[in-house]
Design a protein around this ligand. Structure first.
Ligand code: GLN
Length: 245
């Protein structure tokens, strides 16, 4: 099968689709062995069953979880994230977290999968939206092969409040941080908080086949995060050698 990706319940799915379609035209010639990259919208459990990978877009996480429940997608999605590559952007990142700050029982429903605790609207009401250059991990080839900085677009973005290290699970890798000098001032910052230790700096993480970005790479012309997800997260699941017995 191809790789139909993108969840279209709500949010910025059309922008992801445009970026993926442009990337498909580029990378099919570049990577000969690549299965055809299809970007399809996914709205039903039957459509999800056709997918080899998924992008969950930004939007509104509570609404998205509610629509997923109504469409019968919540449990299939929880199953999906355990097995197949998924990338959540912004609201999608919230859904991929295992726990969320300040949510009462019966509040926000999550898909889980990543051993992180997330906080919604982590940059406060003063700064609903901002842009900031990112520092990307050199381990992510697609993210660092061009010299210019990737500029992250943050819109009522969540923040990663904690990472649970568990040796029995894939290691959590930091893919990108905000350049410390570009971090918006926190409302409750004290003089002793140095920008370098501010937990809000971490904005992109990978854990095995799952990727989370708290910003919106689909709202910029820069397709490096899409290329990273397709080439370095999704593709290896197609070409993985048989596991030795
Ligand atoms: N604040 C939104 C939420 O909690 C996420 C915003 C976004 O996806 N741009 O779901």
């Amino acid at each position: 099968s191809g790789m139909p990706i993108i969840l279209a319940l709500q949010g910025a799915f059309a922008e992801h689709q445009t970026t993926l379609n442009n990337l498909a035209n580029k990378s099919c010639t570049k990577v000969k062995s690549m299965p055809k990259l299809l970007s399809k919208l996914v709205r039903t459990p039957a459509e999800l069953a056709e997918c080899d990978a998924l992008i969950i877009p930004g939007g509104e996480s509570t609404t998205m979880a509610l629509l997923a429940r109504i469409s019968g997608l919540l449990e299939p999605l929880r199953e999906f994230v355990q097995r197949k590559p998924v990338w959540g952007t912004c609201a999608g990142a919230i859904l991929l977290a295992e726990s969320i700050e300040g949510s009462k029982k019966g509040g926000q429903e999550l898909l889980g999968g990543m051993a992180v605790k997330i906080g919604r609207n982590g940059f406060g009401s003063q700064i609903d939206s901002f842009e900031a250059p990112l520092l990307c991990s050199p381990e992510a080839v697609a993210l660092t092969k061009r010299p210019e900085e990737f500029v992250g677009v943050f819109i009522r973005a969540p923040v990663v409040l904690g990472i649970t290290e568990d040796p029995s699970r894939p290691k959590i890798q930091v893919l990108a941080k905000i350049s410390p000098e570009a971090l918006p001032k926190s409302e409750d910052a004290t003089d002793s908080t140095t920008p370098e230790d501010d937990p809000r700096l971490i904005v992109a993480l990978r854990q095995g086949h799952l990727v989370l970005t708290t910003f919106h790479p689909e709202l910029t012309k820069d397709d490096r995060f899409h290329e990273y997800f397709v080439l370095e997260v999704v593709m290896p699941t197609f070409s993985a050698p048989p596991t030795p017995s």
